[in-house]
Design a protein around this ligand. Structure first.
Ligand SMILES: C[S@@+](CC[C@H](N)C(=O)[O-])C[C@H]1O[C@@H](n2cnc3c(N)ncnc32)[C@H](O)[C@@H]1O
Length: 201
């Protein structure tokens, strides 16, 4: 379900790049759905790239590159997918990228760092959604070049935190339960989350 959910926000493109592809199941899903004509898959690990080669063995127009961050063969992808890494790693990769591709990102943690980085890079979020799969919560972001000035609540809880989303509500309620364990220490965070939850009734 996670692969299909992420790929559902990928636009139709000529060249798709997946950074940190590992088994490349995301790119496989995009290719199987006819979303791209060709793909570049890359990973910092040669071992992971070998897994990608196995997954995509039936697709001919795929380029495999071992490297750190967004690495290409000179072509500019129109969409770049970076998923399944922590927010710090994704933000670091983005800080070394200066193209204009649509970005589809799913940080495993610290989505706020990624949102802030996108804002600094002159990107605006058109998708910013929390979803649940297998009992885990994920953030899914899609950003295009554009002007946007998110406030701090949007940076931490998502650009669209005012839009009802059962997964976001469930995640925030779970966070509250943990924070209630030390109400004095966590009082500021608790009030913040309670404010956001008012939009999720
Ligand atoms: C958990 S896997 C995610 C695989 C896939 N993107 C997904 O979401 O299903 C993370 C992958 O990112 C790769 N990776 C970590 N840091 C990287 C970097 N700086 N540049 C490229 N790949 C990186 C790892 O080697 C690993 O294969």
């Amino acid at each position: 379900m996670r692969f299909a959910k992420i790929i559902s926000v990928v636009p139709k493109c000529k060249l798709l790049a997946e950074v940190g592809c590992d088994h490349a199941r995301l790119t496989e899903t995009a290719l199987a759905n006819g979303l791209t004509e060709s793909a570049i898959v890359s990973d910092i690990s040669e071992k992971c790239l070998a897994k990608a080669r196995r997954t995509l063995r039936n697709y001919t127009d795929v380029t495999y590159i071992a490297g750190d961050g967004v690495v290409t063969d000179g072509r500019q992808p129109d969409c770049i997918i970076i998923c399944g890494m922590g927010g710090h790693t994704i933000a670091d990769i983005l800080s070394r990228y200066n193209g204009n591709a649509t970005l589809v990102l799913s940080p495993q943690s610290h989505a706020e760092i990624v949102r802030r980085k996108l804002y600094e890079m002159g990107y605006a979020l058109s998708v910013d959604e929390c979803f649940e799969d297998g009992g885990k919560f994920y953030d899914l972001l899609r950003a295009e070049k554009g002007r946007a000035v998110p406030d701090e609540t949007q940076i931490y809880y998502g650009i669209f935190y005012k839009v009802e989303n059962p997964a976001l509500k469930k995640r925030l309620n779970r966070m509250l339960l943990n924070l209630y364990g030390d109400k004095d220490k966590n009082s500021a965070r608790i009030s913040e989350i309670e404010e956001v939850l008012k939009w999720q009734q």
